[in-house]
Write a protein that binds this ligand. Structure first.
Ligand SMILES: Cc1ncc(COP(=O)(O)O)c(C=O)c1O
Length: 420
């Protein structure tokens, strides 16, 4: 039995379950996203084990990877979903997730989105302002459907992560400031068609220092305890996502540390907890396979030009993110230092800069690691590039879960103006 995830066999060939990555790349073409259900399951079970001492539910954060097969796989394992748009809601429904297990987060829900979510009786809205409460209340009373409301709190914490994914500080658009919570929470009790369900926090993503979680959750709990002392109903606390994962090696996240924080704070409380992990469940379960188009040399500077680009994987240029890149079939070539770049006409189109890697030939395959989260979901058709095929591996067999759109199909979405 092979270990879950991507591994090298006795010939040093990169494999997943019983399959060779190079065979899959030849069959489906490149660039190609490959996901391993084995690793997804292992991650889900490790997270579940970490939070098992307390009362609560896991809601997979769909924004990390919204492929309906991936949502469906996590749902089969037992997850609900955390969504941030009605598009994600529709994907969850297509994936077979019950609306009763869906939490609707996000700072900018539109009225049409609120209406559809209410009509489908979703589990709860995590709201981020009093203005949003007013909109939901108006729509809920028009429909005569009660909305379950949770207030997302801005705990004013900077969790030492990339500034573009840090959501806990006062200066960001997220959450409701402490000072305003009591007044708004009182309104949750006073308004018709509104049912108070609790408080939520999410301070950001890719967080390694778990003390930040401890501080954020402690603040949330103190606030909830105080509200309860004042006879408010606070049955639930939503602790968000954000657990950091290692992009430089394949060491799993330290869920045991997370377990300690959660049990220390909540073991003896009766709050019903929600967890919204995204990246920590799916990131390492994905790779992006790309083919070398050509090697280029400019004086001393070497470039490996590949057929994956920033339209497939924007993380390196958007977040200065690091991804391991390795030849799919190990050769015995010498190592070189090169920029691994895509064909897009932007200097920012790179996979890795100044990377030490075995020299490769044209048409060799490279695997870009740890791209299960926040990769394919952010893909675009920039430079009129088709997106990538995506396959998932389940019980030693591969299944196509997303088909690349041909350029001809993309052109069909456009309307050629005849007046010129
Ligand atoms: C409200 C909310 N919950 C959960 C998540 C998932 O975070 P992560 O993928 O870091 O676990 C996010 C992502 O930023 C989020 O905004």
């Amino acid at each position: 039995m092979n270990l879950p995830g991507f591994y090298r066999d006795h010939n040093q060939t990169l494999c997943v379950q019983d399959l060779k990555i190079s065979d899959l790349a030849k069959k489906y073409g490149t660039p190609l996203f490959i996901y391993d259900t084995g690793l997804m399951k292992q991650r889900y079970e490790a997270f579940l084990d970490a939070v098992s001492p307390v009362k609560g539910n896991i809601h997979y954060a769909v924004k990390a990877n919204d492929s309906i097969s991936i949502i469906s796989y996590f749902a089969k394992l037992g997850c609900g979903a955390d969504i941030v748009s009605i598009g994600e809601f529709k994907k969850c429904i297509a994936a077979g997730v019950s609306p009763k297990k869906i939490i609707f987060s996000g700072v900018g829900k539109e009225n049409t989105e609120i209406e559809l979510a209410l009509k489908n009786n979703i589990l709860q809205f995590n709201i981020e302002s009093e203005e949003e409460l007013n909109d939901i209340q108006r729509i809920a009373s028009k429909l005569k459907i009660t909305a379950n409301i949770c207030l997302r709190i801005n705990v004013d914490i900077s969790p030492n992560t990339h500034k573009k994914i840090s959501t806990g500080e006062k200066s960001t658009k997220f959450g409701i400031n402490f000072e305003n919570v009591k007044t708004i929470y009182q309104r949750l009790h006073d308004l018709d068609y509104i049912n108070p369900v609790g408080l939520a926090v999410h301070i950001g993503s890719q967080i390694f220092d778990f003390d930040y979680f401890f501080t954020a959750y402690s603040s949330l709990k103190s606030l909830a305890d105080e509200l309860k002392k004042n006879n408010f109903q606070v049955p639930s606390l939503d602790l968000g996502g954000g657990i950091g994962i290692n992009y430089q090696n394949n060491i799993p996240p330290d869920f045991s540390k997370y377990r300690k924080i959660v049990t220390d704070l909540f073991l003896n409380s009766d709050y019903n907890l929600s967890f919204e992990p995204g990246r920590s469940l799916i990131a390492e379960a994905g790779i992006l396979v790309t083919k070398v188009i050509r090697n280029k040399k400019n004086n001393d500077k070497k470039f490996i030009i590949v057929d994956a680009a920033m339209n497939n994987l924007i993380r390196p240029t958007l977040y200065e993110a690091f991804h391991e890149v390795e030849p799919v079939n190990i050769n015995h070539n010498h190592k070189i230092t090169a920029d691994i770049v895509g064909p897009i006409c932007e200097t920012g189109d790179f996979i890795a800069l100044d990377r030490k890697i075995q020299s490769v030939d044209n048409n060799d395959f490279l695997a870009i690691r740890t791209v299960g989260a926040y990769a394919s979901v952010m893909s675009s058709n920039y430079n009129a590039r088709a997106d990538a095929n995506e396959i998932i591996i389940y019980n030693n067999k591969e299944y196509l879960i997303k088909k690349t759109e041909s350029i001809e199909k993309l052109i069909k979405k456009e309307i050629l103006l005849k007046y010129f």
